[in-house]
Design a protein around this ligand. Structure first.
Ligand SMILES: Cc1cc2nc3c(=O)[nH]c(=O)nc-3n(C[C@H](O)[C@H](O)[C@H](O)COP(=O)(O)OP(=O)(O)OC[C@H]3O[C@@H](n4cnc5c(N)ncnc54)[C@H](O)[C@@H]3O)c2cc1C
Length: 322
């Protein structure tokens, strides 16, 4: 669209855009047309597992992909955009997140069975729904998603995995909305997957993905899912405010073991603590700030480096203003 073609309603979000100095007295970009929900100065703590952290300048929950592409197409260039899934791998810093946080909710949580044991999943679909839909259709190979409490979009970005399987093994391709609003299809081979990492462009939003399974027996698939659920219950602090594995496993080593050997089991900073149950998990005991949680993680890294010489790399994404 050129400047000349623009109608008043189509005005770029520039003047009132997130990150801009000018704020419209009636609520800025809320007045622009979206079909989903657009909230200014929105709290994010309740939307993430750690239950800590600041606010988003704007929180957008699109009604569908077209709503998202239109919105991003009208957003001033350079406005930061970040996708949020279930916040199961995130520390939102206490100063909040600049720009727009895009959360894919219900409209993006469908899972449909296609021919040849393929599942077509919305970017906001939770792992447990993907795994149980596969089971019900007699599709094996996706059981591991049962134990990862995130969304398809988060899995695709993070190359989520467990029990020797990861998203790189099952992803065929995904549809992604880029800054500026273009929707493109990206085959798995272009994501250059490595351990818990992809080359997905930083501000790209995964709106759907196709996973390949293979024919299987629903009873056996169900038994494997139950085994995974039980094992998780035994080994992870599932019913706490946490963020999953804090550090990546260094090549040939276990992060939890290095943390334990450095004497960090149960270590406390403010109301943040290294889990007693699983030392690669940090937990919020109640009133921890994100600064407590991140500070504790940094202290653990320092102690592990001092003890074993290994510099642990964060797996949890840390975003926003301190
Ligand atoms: C108890 C517990 C157990 C866990 N166990 C595992 C495990 O076994 N294996 C494992 O791999 N992980 C595990 N995790 C971590 C977490 O569940 C995964 O990293 C998951 O992929 C994150 O998904 P999410 O939707 O919650 O993403 P979020 O935490 O919301 O975001 C994580 C990152 O993904 C990006 N993102 C989210 N949605 C999208 C989207 N639609 N498009 C583009 N980018 C997006 C975010 O911007 C951010 O960079 C665990 C977490 C918890 C709390």
């Amino acid at each position: 669209m050129t400047q000349m073609d623009m109608q008043p309603d189509d005005e770029k979000l520039g003047a009132n855009a997130p990150g801009s100095d000018e704020v419209h007295p009636q609520g800025g970009i809320v007045s622009t047309k979206v079909r989903g929900s657009l909230q200014k100065d929105a709290p994010l703590d309740k939307l993430v597992w750690f239950k800590s952290g600041g606010r988003a300048d704007y929180l957008f929950e699109p009604a569908d992909t077209e709503d998202l592409t239109n919105f991003l197409g009208r957003l001033e260039e350079g406005t930061p955009v970040m996708a949020l899934g279930l916040g199961s791998n995130l520390i939102i810093r206490d100063g909040g997140v600049p720009g727009v946080v895009v959360r894919l909710g219900k409209p993006f949580s469908s899972v449909e069975v296609r021919r040849d044991n393929v599942l077509e999943c919305g970017g906001g679909a939770p792992g447990i729904l993907v795994a149980s839909s596969a089971r019900d259709a007699g599709i094996a190979g996706l059981e591991f998603l049962r134990g990862i409490p995130g969304t398809v979009g988060g899995f695709v970005r993070m190359n989520g995995g467990a029990y020797g399987r990861e998203v790189a093994d099952i992803l065929i391709d995904c549809d992604v909305v880029l800054p500026g609003g273009n929707c493109v299809n990206i085959p798995a081979s272009d994501l250059n997957y490595t351990y818990r990492h992809s080359k997905l462009p930083p501000e790209a939003i995964v709106v759907s993905a196709r996973f390949q399974g293979k024919e299987g027996d629903p009873g056996r698939i169900n038994a494997e899912m139950n085994r995974i659920a039980e094992e998780r219950e035994q080994s992870q602090p599932l019913r706490t405010k946490t963020g999953g594995s804090t550090f990546k496993n260094p090549e040939g080593q276990k992060a939890w073991k290095l943390v334990d050997e450095a004497g960090c089991r149960g270590l406390v900073m403010g109301d943040a603590q290294v889990s007693e149950k699983h030392t690669n998990f940090l937990i919020n005991r109640g009133a921890a700030t994100s600064a407590d949680i991140e500070g504790l993680g940094e202290e653990v890294r320092r102690r592990v480096a001092g003890k074993s010489g290994v510099t642990l790399e964060w797996e949890i994404q840390r975003v926003g203003r301190p």
